[in-house]
Design a protein around this ligand. Structure first.
Ligand code: SF4
Length: 695
């Protein structure tokens, strides 16, 4: 615990870790944060917090912070500290040189879900207006891009339907592929309170996660499916609803597209989609699946919460669609206590998607081919925009391998550690001619960079974050940016150096531009956020002043909710004699994602390495004892981890986290990805595990 004396003043800001977006009071002594206290009026957290937001903020002033811009001609050269003007001038000249020789689309950028809405908006504007390309993407590519696709297709917009508080009115909660106790702890506490009051719980997860059986909460049913069989599971649940007369016919008739419903009903009723067929294929007991489906349909208010165990699959988008189908069939969208709720990972991943960070979408999820939307931005920005979608992150790597993508601006994202198949990513980066990394630490990606622009932590930022319930909250600057310039100022300078003039007096002025160009943000202003504490988009003339807590109340955003048939296709990643186990990956409470922040805080003492969870039977077969070092080999690569014997695992499935670069879990994950969005299939990797000597 870091306690640095008595505070002199305080300010309200927002946690920079997960998508719960807890409000905090930063208690200050001059420009030094003394402690972070959960804000009792924060609507996302009601005065609660977890060990990350409460204790793990000291990384902001860690000795590893880089505060001086640096350049180098070759990645084998040592870094040279330079002035801001020199670094930005060099980056701009390199991007211009590459584009002059290879065309506009030979460069691109990655926005950061750790940065504010205003900063993200400016980076995607820089890529589109100053670079003149739609080659812009964000880390949502590797987490919830299937949510964007699946909910967009079925409901008409790609965000969670509920406010967090809604769970307090749920009678039944279906958690699919999410581990909120570790990944969204404050929301997990709210959910557990409701469960202790008597709400029913079904967990769909290969692991026996904390919610399945913890001291005060016990799931009625744990459907421990094999990784990669999600779509078969959702079809089996839907089969029960359709064949046992559990469809909410009145809701479907009034709210949904009945033609698509008829096709879907005929499809899921087929015997191959029955729980018995699922049991034969995966071993999940049909009786448990039937009972779970009946509980969900009975409600009266049933809510679905899901995470990356749904999206990070080759059929991630199909599964999101399957979840939406089930919710509509049972009439569980459009009021308190129900809904379809993606638990978004990073603090501002919702915001980075809202702000137009996808190569096919302008801010507000308007497709780049939409002439009206494009004309609006062309008039406001004074440029001509291409109607063609740009490259997604994995496509950028592929194009680099082919020699057609040579320059990358990467802000606040460690793609070498976080993206799958590290060797492929690193090889792509090593082929590029100019990589600009903007970050607070020299991360793994910076090893391949030619320009390093020092970034700012959330304590140095002014702006807004948007959490998983579409809540826009203020981020308030507690101390001046250590590098001298705030991230948004760096983007403005780079744009000017590239020849596209940008001039903003403050992040507030950027938000005013966002509100002017984005209908769902039309009523958003700093004045309103500060007066009300936060607002939820859509927030405009047609909503309440604080925005919209529950989506799709009267009708779906697309009009009638659309059912889409979800045909299960088994993963191409097969177990064999050589690779007989399935590896799935996830997170742990005290660490956060690639660990760049939490590893540099006292949280590291609770969990200081990635480990491999393995069922005792699988361990015994291999002569592995608790604490032994094991080699984990896949078709993509090999790493070494310490083994933890755990009955939370089912035999045949192993699990690890990816918080530490030394163990590099993504060295062994593969290139397989979602058919619609290219979200990587992190959750299904065939591996072998064998004892090895200590590395
Ligand atoms: Fe921060 Fe998430 Fe923990 Fe809240 S639950 S304190 S947002 S990490």
């Amino acid at each position: 615990i870091i306690e640095l004396g008595q505070p002199e003043h305080s300010l309200i800001t927002t946690c920079a870790y997960c998508g719960v977006g807890c409000g905090f009071k930063a208690e200050m002594k001059g420009n030094t944060v003394v402690r972070m206290v959960p804000w009792k009026d924060g609507k996302a957290n009601d005065g609660h917090s977890c060990v990350k937001g409460r204790f793990a903020w000291g990384y902001a002033t860690h000795a590893d912070r880089i505060t001086t811009p640096m350049i180098r001609k070759k990645i084998s050269d040592p870094w040279q500290p330079v002035s801001w003007d020199e670094a930005i001038g060099y980056a701009a000249s390199e991007f211009k040189r590459i584009q002059a020789a290879h065309g506009k689309d030979s460069v691109g950028g990655i926005t950061s879900s750790r940065c504010t809405n205003e900063e993200t908006y400016l980076v995607q504007k820089l890529i589109r207006a100053a670079f003149g390309t739609n080659n812009v993407d964000t880390c949502a590519r590797v987490c919830h891009s299937p949510t964007g696709y699946g909910l967009g297709q079925t409901f008409g917009t790609s965000a969670g339907t509920q406010t967090f508080k809604s769970v307090e009115q749920s009678d039944m909660i279906l958690v699919i592929g999410a581990n909120p106790s570790d990944a969204h702890p404050v929301f997990a506490s709210r959910m557990k309170r409701r469960l202790r009051e008597g709400a029913k719980l079904v967990v769909v997860d290969p692991r026996k996660i904390d919610l399945v059986s913890s001291p005060h909460v016990r799931a009625q049913h744990h459907l421990a499916l094999r990784p990669g069989t999600n779509v078969a599971m959702i079809s089996a649940l839907a089969h029960v609803v359709v064949t046992e007369g559990l469809v909410n016919e009145a809701y479907v008739a009034e709210r949904c597209d009945t033609k698509s419903f008829a096709e879907w009903r005929e499809f899921v009723a087929r015997p191959e989609n029955s729980p018995e067929a699922l049991e034969a294929a995966t071993g999940v007991p049909a009786a448990e699946v039937r009972a779970a489906a009946r509980l969900y349909a009975a409600g009266p208010n049933s809510a679905i919460y899901y995470g990356l165990g749904v999206t990070e699959h080759a059929q991630g988008s199909t599964m999101v669609i399957g979840i939406a189908n089930l919710a509509m069939a049972c009439g569980m969208v459009g009021r308190e206590g129900v809904g379809v709720n993606p638990l978004r990972g990073q603090n501002n991943v919702q915001g980075s998607c809202d702000m137009g960070s996808f190569p096919h979408e302008l801010p507000g999820y308007r497709h780049i081919s939409d002439t009206t939307a494009r004309n609006l931005f062309e008039a406001a920005w004074g440029v001509e925009l291409s109607p063609e979608p740009g490259l997604r992150i994995p496509n950028m790597f592929d194009a680099a391998h082919e020699g057609s993508f040579l320059g990358l601006y990467c802000q606040g994202e460690d793609i070498v550690q976080s993206d799958p198949n590290t060797q492929h990513v690193a090889d792509a980066l090593s082929r590029m001619e100019c990589i600009v990394v903007q970050d607070i630490f020299l991360n793994e990606t910076a090893k391949y960079a030619h320009v390093f622009l020092p970034g700012s932590s959330f304590l140095e930022k002014d702006g807004t974050f948007t959490n998983a319930e579409r809540r826009i909250s203020r981020v308030t600057q507690a101390m001046p940016p250590l590098p001298g310039l705030a991230d948004w100022e760096v983007t403005v300078k780079l744009s000017n150096a590239l020849g596209y003039p940008m001039a903003y007096a403050s992040p507030e002025q950027v938000m005013d531009e966002i509100a002017m160009l984005t209908p769902s943000f039309a009523g958003v202003s700093y004045e309103k956020i500060e007066r009300l504490g936060s607002v939820q988009w859509p927030c405009n003339d047609s909503t309440e002043e604080a925005g919209t807590s529950i989506m799709h109340r009267e009708k779906f955003v697309r009009g009638k909710g659309k059912f889409i048939v979800t045909q299960y296709v088994p993963s191409e990643e097969k177990v064999t004699r050589k690779y007989p186990l399935l590896l799935t990956t996830g997170r742990i409470l005290s660490q956060y994602n690639v660990g760049a922040q939490t590893r540099r805080t006292p949280n590291n003492q609770w969990h200081d390495e990635d480990r491999l969870e393995i069922h005792p039977h699988d361990a015994e077969e291999r002569g592995v004892r608790a604490g032994d070092w094991v080699g984990v080999e896949s078709r993509a690569g090999h790493t070494v981890l310490r083994a933890v014997l755990s009955e939370r695992m089912q035999p045949g499935v192993v699990y690890t986290t990816f918080h530490f670069p030394e163990s590099g879990a993504n060295v062994i994950t593969t290139d397989a990805s979602d058919w619609a969005t290219n979200c990587p299939e992190y959750k299904v990797t065939a591996v072998q595990v064998m004892p090895v000597a200590q590395p």
